[in-house]
Design a binder for this molecule. Structure first.
Ligand code: ZN
Length: 221
C-alpha cells in the first residue's frame, strides 16, 4: 500500500551506513519511517529530512507488515531556519513534539506551517508559546476563554487555571491566585490568530503564559 502524509521531522537516527529511522509528527500523530539510502550524498530525499522541517512523505507500507513504513520520496514544504539563536527553542520544541500522544494533530501542523514565516522576526518566544498551546489543544485540553468556566460571566474575571478549564470570576476563583489584568487579557488571544497574539501580548506577559503552559504540559504528557 502507498500513502502520502504531511508532517514535521522530529527525530532522525542514522543506521547502517546510509540509512536512517525518521520520526514524523503527522496530522494523524507520530509515524516511524525507515528511510533507505537517505544519508548518501546524492540522495534526493536528504534535504527534506532535517529536524523541524515540514515535508510531504510518500510512503510504502508492505501488506505483510503494516508497521514497517518505508519512505519512497520526501519533498520539503517548509524549512526550519538554521540560526544559533533558535537552538534552544529547536531543542525544546523537539522535546515536546516527541511526547505527543494525540492522533489528532491536524490543527497543530497547520499552525506550525503558518507560523514558519514569523521565525526570526523578534517573535520567536511568542511563536513557541503559541505552538505549546496548540500542543495542549491537540492533547484535548481546550480551556474556555470566553468567560468564567463555572458561570460563563465575562465581568470580574480574576484568575485562570488550565486544570479548572479556563477563566475564573471572583466568586469561583476559590483558592486561586488573583492574576494581573494584563495576563488575563493576553490569554484570550491564545485561541485567536497569531497576529493578534503577537501584537497584543508583551514579551513579559508571554513569559508568564509560557510558564503556565509548560507547568501544565509537564504534568500532562
Ligand atoms: Zn464564575
Amino acid at each position: 500500500m502507498e500513502k502520502e502524509i504531511t508532517g514535521i521531522v522530529i527525530k532522525k537516527t542514522a543506521i547502517h551506513e546510509y540509512d536512517a529511522f525518521v520520526k514524523v509528527l503527522s496530522k494523524e500523530g507520530i509515524v516511524d519511517l525507515y528511510c533507505k539510502g537517505v544519508n548518501k550524498p546524492e540522495s534526493k530525499n536528504r534535504n527534506a529530512l532535517n529536524l523541524l522541517d515540514v515535508s510531504n512523505f510518500e510512503i510504502f507500507i508492505p501488506k505483510d507488515n503494516q508497521f514497517n513504513h518505508r519512505l519512497k520520496r520526501a519533498t520539503l514544504i517548509k524549512q526550519f531556519p538554521y540560526d544559533s539563536n533558535l537552538l534552544n527553542i529547536q531543542t525544546q520544541l523537539l522535546h515536546w513534539f516527541n511526547l505527543i500522544k494525540s492522533e489528532n494533530c491536524e490543527l497543530l501542523i497547520e499552525w506550525y506551517i503558518e507560523l514558519n514565516k514569523y521565525w526570526k522576526t523578534n517573535k520567536d518566544y511568542k511563536i513557541y508559546t503559541f505552538l505549546l498551546f496548540k500542543i495542549l489543544q491537540a492533547e484535548g485540553i481546550n480551556p474556555y476563554l470566553n468567560g468564567c468556566v463555572e458561570c460563563n460571566k465575562t465581568e470580574d474575571i480574576v484568575s485562570f487555571a488550565l486544570y479548572k478549564g479556563g477563566y475564573l470570576c471572583q466568586k469561583h476563583a476559590i483558592n486561586q491566585p488573583i492574576m494581573n489584568v494584563g495576563i488575563l487579557k493576553s490569554l484570550f488571544y491564545l485561541d485567536k490568530t497569531f497576529e493578534l497574539y503577537a501584537s497584543n501580548v508583551s514579551h513579559e506577559d508571554n513569559k508568564t503564559i509560557f510558564k503556565l503552559i509548560i507547568e501544565y504540559l509537564t504534568e500532562l504528557i
